[in-house]
Design a binder for this molecule. Structure first.
Ligand code: ADP
Ligand code: MG
Length: 325
């Protein structure tokens, strides 16, 4: 698990000194990836440097990060090497591509109260600690809790069911309560620091991603501001996922959409913006006989489909018999 990559700082880029770096930092650009994804006019705009300097810095950042084209076999190989985290349910893992929640991706679960979003979060926080052969990523979890629904008792139960030492399992989960959306975003930036300091964090859970944003930007006229802020938050999350190879699992509430006459009359808060940034998006609902139904919504590489699982004392499980009915 040694770090094989050299970590460059933005001040390693040509033309980027401490003064420019602090301007960039103030604008939220703190690493090479942040620069690599900009265009020269954008970078020049934020930092005040010339476009020529900006172009050079961007090119260097892309080179240092090894961004560019690669052939499809290389790409495939990289995907096969991605770490994944089992949900505990084979059905749900299969729905998500075979091995559960992926690192370097955001998985969003949305659904009504009681649909199992937080239960899945507990399972991921424990299962991430499992050895790779057992569907884990041999890492730790960070849990940003906005609703006060993290339950150490559940961690204990699930850990026991998986044969892990419950007290060790709890030590490997860092929990913080976010008091508002700014605090939530600040906590995300702290996760990067923790990883840099050597914590082997492999999953970041935000439960719920949207609750604070919804409460703080509740007026109709505030919708655009809310979306913009959620968008920024999601981009930071994507960057974190990419840069440090971690899985990000976020939950999202649903609201009644009176404009919808057919189908399921619920829509995820945050609408399209959240939908597009998430790499995997699942809709959870209660099914027959205490089952839960998960539906995969617009994934880049998987067909839209559904599966059934159950919530058990030891986490998520499959019960073939009951699912048949
Ligand atoms: P939400 O989508 O609102 O986050 P939760 O993930 O909290 O929903 O799911 C809550 C449901 O999980 C409960 O209604 C219950 O059915 C189920 N559940 C919670 N704990 C257990 C347990 N120990 N054993 C079985 N089912 C449980
Ligand atoms: Mg919940």
């Amino acid at each position: 698990m040694a770090k094989e990559k050299i970590e460059y700082k933005i001040t390693d880029l040509p033309g980027v000194g401490p003064a420019l770096a602090s301007k960039l930092e103030a604008a939220g650009v703190t690493d090479l990836m942040g620069i690599a994804v900009l265009s020269p006019p954008e970078l020049s705009n934020i930092s005040g440097c010339s476009e020529a300097v900006a172009r050079k810095a961007i090119q260097s950042a892309r080179k240092m990060l090894n961004l560019g084209f690669e052939d499809a076999t290389e790409y495939m190989k990289k995907r096969e090497e991605l770490l994944t985290i089992t949900s505990g349910s084979r059905n749900l893992d299969n729905l998500l591509g075979g091995r559960g929640v992926e690192t370097r991706a955001i998985t969003e679960a949305y659904g009504a109260f009681g649909s199992g979003k937080t239960q899945l979060a507990h399972c991921l926080a424990v299962n991430v600690q499992l050895p790779k052969e057992r569907g884990g990523a041999e890492g730790k979890a960070v849990w940003i809790d906005t609703e006060g629904t993290f339950r150490p008792e559940r961690v204990k139960q699930i850990a026991e069911a998986k044969g892990l030492d419950p007290s060790k399992a709890m030590k490997n989960i860092f929990v913080a309560r976010a008091f508002n959306s700014d605090h939530q975003m600040l906590l995300v930036s702290k996760v990067a620091d923790m990883i840099k300091e050597g914590e082997t964090i492999k999953v970041l859970i935000i439960d719920s991603l949207t609750a604070h944003f919804r409460a703080e930007f509740s007026g109709r006229g505030m919708l655009a501001d809310r979306q913009q802020k959620i968008n920024k938050h999601l981009h930071e999350l994507m960057r974190l996922a990419e840069q440090y190879g971690i899985a990000i699992y976020v939950t999202n509430q649903v609201m009644a959409n009176p404009a919808l006459l057919f189908g399921d009359p619920t829509t995820a808060i945050g609408g399209h913006i959240v939908g597009h940034a998430s790499t995997y998006r699942i809709y959870l609902r209660k099914g027959r006989k205490d089952s839960r139904v998960a539906k995969l919504i617009d994934s880049p590489n998987l067909p839209e489909s559904e599966c059934v699982f159950f919530i058990d004392k030891g986490g998520l499980i499959d019960l073939e018999v009951a699912a048949e009915e």
